[in-house]
Design a protein around this ligand. Structure first.
Ligand code: ZN
Ligand code: ZN
Length: 113
């Protein structure tokens, strides 16, 4: 039965792998260990090391809200959302945090003097 060319499945990102035996190729969430087409028996491929590391980074920064505790840049005055690898939702928050750290340090220095 060589009329179906069995291509190799591969990882798309930390949470999705791809079964290329369809047109277009099917993106499958990592919670499924097999392609969700019942006529297809492609198995989830082994996760490459680089992808596994990416998902670790994503977990560290979860939940993805601004690290500046007085941030009001988000919806309804809540903390703004951040993108991967960033701590603050905006430069404003980053500066606010830096200023806060600076004044805290000054206070401590005064207390120790
Ligand atoms: Zn498939
Ligand atoms: Zn913020």
């Amino acid at each position: 039965m060589s009329w179906i060319s069995q291509k190799k499945a591969y990882w798309k990102d930390a949470n999705h792998w791809v079964c290329p035996n369809h047109l277009p190729a099917v993106k499958i969430p990592s919670c499924l260990s097999h392609c969700w087409y019942s006529s297809c028996n492609t198995e989830m491929p082994k996760k490459p090391e680089s992808i596994a590391q990416t998902s670790k980074i994503l977990r560290i920064f979860d939940p993805a809200s601004c690290q500046w505790e007085k941030c009001t840049e988000g919806q309804g005055g809540r903390r703004g959302l951040i993108t991967t690898r960033k701590k603050y939702c905006s430069n404003k928050c980053r500066k606010n945090q830096a200023r806060f750290n600076y004044t805290q340090r000054k206070k401590r220095e005064k207390a120790n003097a």
